[in-house]
Design a binder for this molecule. Structure first.
Ligand code: CMX
Length: 442
């Protein structure tokens, strides 16, 4: 076993009794109440999932294994001369719960490096896509195509002890993650650079290699690491994480589960919001004919969007009730590196104007910006101006957290997910029952 895998195995052995004890002795302890509002409201806020990889506090934002993102940006090892830590170090942390040493990161880099070569048929599948296909559809399919490589599926078919499920899942997860920069950058090359592929360099880390294959100079390697790290995980209830977990719970392999989660991420209320922000900013740019809007012009533009029955992309969140720290990290980077970029100036103005407009409208529970309000503008600044591609970048990052989650799902033997549904008539009956109980009591 390699260092990372061995460490993971130790952690699994230590953790299993905790889960078993809860199941054996405390299965009946109540942790939340299921109301009609929650059932009809998309289960918003219903505490019904468990993950130890990350936790999202509504006020504070995300913590990976107990660490805030700003803490991690300070604590994790980084490549020489870079502002942003190694992506591989974040994967190590998500998987084991420990901040890796330089040596442990080097070992993890090696794990990724030896698995990065993409089978030829994946390029062919990407090449075969009809024109005008969305990059997320291509991305999901490219991942799905590799289902045939799954160790888990092969071992399962040969007969495997449940306690060993995590092991081939770990192998599949690393094999897939190591290939994602190549898949993403090839989709970009195919769609927007006449298929001109730039070879990866085995000596580079995940983020630097991605920047190289995208053909973009420094500090785009830092931009890539930052992007992948801040998008890696957001606990388990969001659509992408939940889809990954749900699909994997039927013992579908990592390729099937990650391809499915990418499809969930591709919706405009979730990951696609980053492309929507850029589309919306382009509309603003066209309306202003490239000039900076005055505050009242921008306010009007925001109201026009709301009055047209549309959402303001990049604002609001189902859980967060404050400005997303992932937004603030990118804002800090932008103030340092792209303060004069005119699209960033729009974003900066929107940061000051949109929350007041949303508060005045009085619908959104959280009027503050989320991660997607800022990420596309940074990409645009460094030349990635095909905004259809942005959610692929989100997907590469998100896969890191979801793979870590699925490995642990298998390690802790989390079962097939299978909630129970009711009919509307049954809900109405519950209401009647409750009302007649209240009447009798009064
Ligand atoms: N603009 C306009 N209206 C908004 C809004 C926004 N940015 N955010 C919320 N609202 C509206 C909702 O549409 C809802 O309206 P209805 O009552 O008419 O249905 C109302 O405010 C209450 O919604 P909420 O409880 O505050 O938010 P939800 O949990 O239902 O939805 C989210 C959360 C993210 C889908 C929503 O804020 C939104 O649509 N934002 C814009 C899209 C976006 O940026 N998505 C990315 C989120 C981060 C990510 O997953 O990547």
């Amino acid at each position: 076993m390699t260092g990372l895998k061995e460490k993971l195995y130790q952690k699994i052995q230590e953790w299993r009794p905790r889960t078993q004890r809860l199941l054996d002795n405390y299965s009946d302890v109540v942790i939340d109440e299921v109301t009609i509002g929650k059932v009809l409201g998309g289960m918003r806020g219903l505490k019904s999932l468990v993950t130890d990889i990350s936790y999202l506090d509504p006020e504070e934002g995300i913590r990976y294994r107990g660490h805030t993102l700003p803490e991690l940006f300070k604590e994790l090892p980084r490549p020489k001369g870079s502002e942003i830590p190694y992506v591989e170090g974040v994967f190590y942390l998500l998987l084991t719960g420990d901040i890796p040493t330089e040596a442990e990161v080097a070992d993890t880099l090696d794990e990724f490096r030896k698995r990065r070569i993409l089978p030829r048929y994946v390029y062919e599948v990407i090449d075969a896509f009809p024109c005008c296909s969305h990059p997320m559809a291509i991305f999901s399919t490219a991942i799905l195509t590799m289902h045939r490589e799954s160790f888990f599926t092969r071992k399962y078919q040969a007969g495997m002890n449940k306690l060993d499920y995590w092991d081939p899942t770990y192998e599949d997860a690393l094999n897939l993650l190591a290939k994602l920069p190549e898949i993403g950058s090839y989709i970009y090359a195919k769609l927007y650079r006449d298929g001109k592929r730039i070879q990866s360099d085995p000596n580079l880390d995940f983020g630097s290699n991605f920047a190289r294959m995208m053909g973009i100079r420094k500090p785009y390697d830092d931009v890539s690491r930052m992007h992948f790290i801040i998008h890696a995980d957001h606990e388990s209830g969001n659509v992408s994480a939940h889809t990954g977990h749900l699909v994997a719970s039927s013992l579908s392999d990592i390729y099937l589960a990650i391809s499915a989660m990418i499809n969930g991420l591709a919706g405009p209320l979730h990951g696609l919001a980053n492309q929507e922000v850029l589309r919306w900013l382009q509309e603003l740019d066209a309306r202003m004919d490239g000039k900076m809007p005055k505050e009242d012009e921008l306010r009007q533009f925001v109201w026009d969007t709301l009055n047209a029955g549309q959402v303001i992309p990049g604002f609001g969140h189902a859980v967060l009730r404050k400005t997303d720290p992932r937004y603030l990290i990118q804002r800090e980077f932008s103030l340092k590196h792209l303060a004069d970029d005119h699209l960033f100036k729009y974003v900066d103005m929107l940061y000051r104007i949109v929350p007041d407009v949303l508060k005045e409208q009085g619908k959104a529970k959280n009027p503050w910006p989320n991660v997607d309000a800022q990420s596309g503008v940074i990409q645009w600044h460094y030349g990635v101006d095909k905004y259809d591609f942005y959610t692929v970048l989100f997907g590469i990052g998100r896969s890191i957290g979801i793979c870590a989650n699925i490995i642990w799902d298998r390690a802790l033997l989390y079962p097939l997910e299978r909630p129970k549904s009711l009919t509307t008539e049954m809900l109405e009956k519950k209401v009647e029952e409750q009302q007649s109980r209240l009447k009798t009591a009064s």
